[in-house]
Design a protein around this ligand. Structure first.
Ligand code: ADP
Length: 408
């Protein structure tokens, strides 16, 4: 609301304060708005031209102020007459619906129908039922429907207040799932380490070290290390900051560390891992080796998880000038199931899991990997972007500023 003049802001603050608690019956702002809309329409039909002009001038400036307030709200607002005709919808409401036309086909249309029969009200603004969460255009929205009453307690319209609660709802839903997920991720490397340790321990003291067992043990210790790092990053992000080391690194080495650590596991699943890193020619960045490995590793793991039978994941690197910075660009592409256009705007949001994640055989993760990976890229002064075509594949591009650009 910062772009509004202060008097409008204070009117908005005073008038709409109560609306932040859904179901507030003390609010008369909507009733005023509604009556004004009605009066304006009545006035337009009146024959007295002069009266009409004065009335319109006065009311249109008031209406403009109200519209400015509504337009700037984070809540969606939809005002309807008794027949359900939408007489006002603010920008947020329209965006939540994905267009005015979607109203009757959405859960909001059903909500209106549920209370269409109510004719009388006990207050100027009477909540109709409890506020409820419902799916709306790929989001989760909390909606409260209230009847607007006139002086004689007759219902003259309704107002819907909508708040996007996707993030809170998913976080709540996944809180327990998160603990279970961590337990699952921990249990597999821990049991391998335990078994390998016991076998090594059972060997006679003078026997040569079983290199294969030792390698297996070390690989699984690495997996635990990665998991600990992911948890640490999530904790730091929750606290509001993510600190990364700024060590000189050859980006090519970061790529090969990731690829060598994952190649065997991917080929055993029938997925080819391809690398094209010649374009880098010793390019250096300043960064955090383990965090960059984690971010890149997550992109490759996703590529494999959302791959199709016999598919591939390709890691390609090059250096490129973008604006005033020179970047090391690492792209991870796959020919997997791709991402639905409706999912695309949300995949970097915390806890967001697309439709596709339910379709793959072994869904892993909680939908926070890309959120953490992007935060890592940004903490390096870089970026992480995605492009995808459903049914064709996906391309993720990680950009990290080069040493010359960062040290200057
Ligand atoms: P997770 O993989 O744990 O669900 P992410 O944050 O890594 O969480 O990804 C978020 C969502 O993005 C996934 O649920 C999935 O729908 C989509 N996604 C990510 N990478 C790919 C990919 N390579 N191919 C298809 N969909 C992907």
């Amino acid at each position: 609301m910062n772009h509004l003049p202060s008097e409008i802001r204070s009117e908005a603050g005073a008038g709409l304060g109560g609306l932040h608690r859904f179901g507030s019956a003390s609010e008369s702002l909507f009733r005023r708005l509604y009556l004004r809309l009605g009066r304006q329409r009545a006035a337009q039909q009146a024959s007295l031209q002069a009266r009409l002009i004065t009335l319109q001038q006065r009311q249109s400036s008031q209406l403009e102020r109200l519209h400015a307030i509504f337009a700037s709200l984070e809540e969606g607002i939809i005002v309807q007459d008794t027949n359900g005709k939408v007489t006002m919808m603010n920008r947020t409401g329209e965006a939540m619906l994905g267009g005015k036309r979607n109203f009757w086909g959405s859960a909001l249309g059903t909500l209106f129908e549920q209370f269409r029969h109510v004719q009388t009200t006990s207050a100027e603004l009477m909540p109709l039922g409890e506020s409820d969460e419902m799916p709306l255009n790929n989001r989760i929205v909390r909606a409260q429907l209230s009847a607007i009453g006139d002086e004689n307690n007759r219902r003259i319209g309704t107002v819907m207040l909508l708040r996007d609660v996707t993030h809170d709802a998913l976080a709540l839903r996944l809180k327990d799932g998160f603990v279970a997920h961590i337990a699952r991720e921990l249990s597999s490397p821990v049991s391998v380490i335990k078994l390998a340790g016991e076998l090594l321990n059972a060997q006679p003291e003078d026997a040569t070290v079983n290199q294969r067992l030792l390698d297996k043990l070390l690989r699984n210790v690495d997996m635990l290390d990665q998991l600990a790092l992911e948890l640490l990053d999530i904790a730091q992000l929750q606290a509001g900051s993510l600190d990364v080391l700024r060590q000189p690194l050859h980006i090519e080495q970061v790529i090969w560390s990731v690829v060598n650590g994952m190649d065997a596991a991917l080929s055993s699943r029938g997925i080819d891992l391809l690398v094209m890193a010649r374009g880098l020619n010793g390019v250096q960045v300043r960064g955090d080796d383990s965090r960059l490995q984690w971010a890149l590793g997550h992109l490759v793991r996703n590529g494999a998880d959302y791959a199709r039978e016999g598919g591939y994941v390709a890691v390609a690197a090059r250096d490129e000038q973008r604006g005033d910075k020179r970047y090391a660009l690492v792209s991870v592409s796959d020919n997997g199931i791709g991402i639905k256009p409706a999912d695309m705007p949300h995949i970097f949001e915390r806890f967001y899991r697309g439709d596709a994640s339910a379709a793959v055989k072994a869904p892993r993760g909680l939908g926070q990997g890309l959120y953490v990976a992007r935060a890592i890229a940004q903490a390096h002064g870089g970026f992480l972007n995605a492009e995808s075509r459903e049914g064709v594949g996906s391309l993720f591009t990680l950009g990290i500023p080069q040493v010359s650009a960062t040290i200057g």
